[in-house]
Each structure stands twice: as structure tokens, then as C-alpha cells.
Design a protein around this ligand. Structure first.
Ligand code: NI
Length: 387
């Protein structure tokens, strides 16, 4: 295992790749040019087991170690950009107005390519490495689709790892935690069915707007009164639609929102209590509700053994103090959760320095982070698949 100096040589080349990808952003599953670029690079490193067209434009490539038989571990990079108009004076500005790499997936792709180049020339590990280049992270479906298309079984992947850059964390630092690291993402819709009428005669109506307002307040009591205060639940109402005029009480009011949880038991509780709360309030006023609840991304869960491997690999690269292994989980979601549902593994944040936040028009992946990302992947492989 090496410290970061061993990977500085790759920074120039990886920066060129990163900036090329930054100039040519593609969205969702429509990553034809990006996938071709990645495939050509992998082939140029002498990697001959490359499968393309997984989940439309996803790629899995295998590198066999020279240290004998062993398991296969998966390293995942996301490749898709965002529908944002870039606001930057940088020479490597997006050439496609309205599309940009505002989440640093250009950097993630370049880091995994850098690791692929290094690992395919050294092969100082047993077993195999599966390089997973994933489309459509931003819409939260790409990882799930690759899993559903059977990559874990087909490539015999036993553990899987992911990295994401983190603006605000210093270059050369890493952070993660064991257990739940980001939240499950669910959505709900509530239609309050009242009885419309003249706004001046409310007693002859069942006003769905007043009921909807009570439901919004009531849902916050699900958080504060039904939930263990030491556990985390977010319920946010993000849509409220009703009415057409100043003097009409409408028939219906529609609410919608999102639920974030870090525990499966709380996810069950939220689904059940949101419906009960809305139903109870509506019935109290003589109205009915229609309720829909959709479970989207799962809780992203870092497994113990793999978290320890990730910490060990990162610390071998940058030292003990530069790796925070006890961060607080976040209530955002990450579609790598689907891969961590399918196989044990760990996800880690990599410092991106003082850049704009992700999904911001002025964001740019920091090329100084490339040797750290490449080095992390290499050390992780040489730790998890040590000869
Ligand atoms: Ni991202």
C-alpha cells in the first residue's frame, strides 16, 4: 500500500480525462459518448474483459490480480451530469448549454479510470476487481437497474464500494460512518376530499383547505410525538394545491411531500402514522382522504467489515487524522444504497476543498482530489484482496 505521492504521476492524465468529461456532459441513461470514452480508455490499459450496455450505457470491466485466486470486489463510479446551465469562467466549461457536471461525477469517472490504469499495470492483488461505471445516479435508478440486470451475480461480486466528493471537506481528507450513512427516500400524496361551496357560507361546506392546513401541522407531531427523540425522521410537505378563486371553497386539496428515515422500523412507522394522522384529522371534519405512499431509495448502509477496510485503505494513503470514521449520517439519499442492499460494502466521502456545493451552477470537481481518489481505490483493492 502506498501513500498519495505514488499516485501524483497519474494526476496530469486523469485531469485531462476529467476536463474532457466536464466539457461533454450527458444526462441519465443517455451517456453514449461518455461510455465510449470510458470503454476506449479501459481497452487502452490492456483490460480485455469489458461489458457495455448494462442498464443502457453502464459498463462493468474486470481486472484479474496476479496474486492467485480470490473473490471479486466491485468499485463503482457514477458518470451522469445534471440539467443545469453552468456558471463558470473555467476553460473546460461545459460545451452543452443546460447540461453540466455539477455533482463531480466527471471526477468520479476519472478517478476510477486512474485506478484502472494503475491496477491493470501492477495487478498486485488476488482475485479480481470489477470496475462499475454507472449511468443515471441523479434520477436514483441507475444503481438499482444495474443490480436488477444481475451484475452482482454475473461478475460474482462479493463486496462493493463507492466514493463521492464532498465540497467543504479539505483536499486529502475522507469521511464516513458505519451503519446507516444516508437516509431512505419516500414520497407521499394526500388528497383531502371535502365539499365545495360559497366562501361566505363555510358552514355549508367541508373546507378541504382548513383540513389540509391541520394535516400539515399534524404531520409534524408524528415526528415529535410518535418518534423516539433519539432517532431521525424528516417529514416535509413540499406541495400544497387547492382552489381557483377568492370566493369559492374548493372540493379538494392536494398535499405531497417527502419522508427521510435512517431505520427500517421508522420507515414503517412513518408510512402508517402519516396515513392515520391525515385520515383522523379529515374524518374529524367530515372529509375523506386518498393516500398514496411510495418507497423509493433504500437506507444507505455501510457494513462493518467493509467500513473497516475503507478506513484502513484511506488511512494508509493520508494518515490517521485525515480520515473521520464517525461522521453523522445525512438525511439526503444516494442510489448506491441499492448496491449496498445487494452486497455488503461501504461508501466514503472524499474532500473536494472549498468549492461551490454540489448541484450548484458554479460547482467544479477539484482536480487536486484526483490522486487521493485514485490512491484510495488502489489501496482498497490491495487491502481487501491482499496477497
Ligand atoms: Ni453525485
Amino acid at each position: 500500500m502506498q501513500s498519495v505521492e505514488a499516485f501524483q504521476d497519474l494526476q496530469g492524465e486523469a485531469t485531462e480525462w476529467r476536463r474532457y468529461l466536464h466539457q461533454h456532459p450527458e444526462l441519465g441513461y443517455q451517456l453514449q459518448n461518455t461510455a465510449m470514452f470510458v470503454t476506449e480508455k479501459l481497452a487502452s490499459f490492456g483490460i480485455n474483459h469489458i461489458e457495455t450496455g448494462i442498464a443502457e450505457t453502464g459498463i462493468v470491466a474486470l481486472i484479474q490480480g496476479e496474486g492467485g485466486d480470490g473473490p471479486t470486489i466491485g468499485l463503482r463510479a457514477d458518470m451522469d451530469a445534471l440539467p443545469i446551465l453552468e456558471d463558470s469562467k473555467k476553460p473546460w466549461l461545459s460545451t452543452i448549454p443546460g447540461k453540466m457536471h455539477a455533482c463531480g461525477h466527471d471526477g468520479h469517472t476519472a478517478m476510477l479510470l486512474g485506478a484502472a490504469k494503475y491496477l491493470s499495470s501492477t495487478r498486485n492483488f488476488k482475485g479480481s476487481v470489477a470496475l462499475i461505471f454507472q449511468p443515471a445516479e441523479e434520477d436514483g435508478r441507475g444503481a438499482q437497474r444495474m443490480v436488477l440486470e444481475g451484475i452482482m451475480e454475473r461478475f460474482d461480486i462479493s463486496q462493493v464500494f463507492g466514493v463521492h466528493n464532498s465540497p467543504g471537506m479539505e483536499i486529502g481528507t475522507f469521511a464516513l460512518c458505519e451503519g446507516p450513512m444516508s437516509a431512505a427516500l419516500d414520497e407521499f400524496d394526500i388528497i383531502v376530499k371535502g365539499r365545495g361551496g360559497h366562501a361566505a357560507y363555510p358552514h355549508r361546506t367541508i373546507d378541504p383547505i382548513v383540513i389540509a392546513a391541520q394535516i400539515i401541522v399534524g404531520l409534524q407531531a408524528v415526528v415529535s410525538r410518535n418518534t423516539d427523540p433519539t432517532e431521525s425522521l424528516v417529514i416535509t410537505v413540499t406541495k400544497l394545491n387547492a382552489g381557483t378563486a377568492y370566493n369559492i371553497i374548493p372540493e379538494h386539496a392536494e398535499l405531497a411531500g417527502t419522508v427521510r428515515t435512517l431505520l427500517p422500523s421508522l420507515r414503517d412507522l412513518a408510512e402508517c402514522q402519516i396515513e392515520a394522522c391525515a385520515q383522523g384529522i379529515a374524518r374529524g371534519f367530515g372529509a375523506e382522504i386518498e393516500f398514496k405512499y411510495r418507497r423509493l431509495e433504500p437506507i444507505m448502509f455501510n457494513h462493518t467489515v467493509e467500513t473497516n477496510l475503507a478506513v484502513k485503505a484511506a488511512r494508509s494513503l493520508v494518515g490517521l487524522a485525515a480520515v473521520d470514521d464517525k461522521i453523522k449520517p445525512g438525511m439526503g439519499s444516494e442510489d448506491f444504497a441499492y448496491m449496498l442492499e445487494a452486497r455488503p460494502g461501504a461508501y466514503i466521502y472524499l474532500g473536494n476543498g472549498p468549492t461551490a456545493p454540489v448541484h450548484h451552477p458554479a460547482f467544479d470537481f477539484n482536480d487536486e482530489a484526483l490522486p487521493y481518489g485514485i490512491g484510495y481505490w488502489v489501496n482498497l483493492v490491495e487491502t481487501a484482496l491482499a496477497v
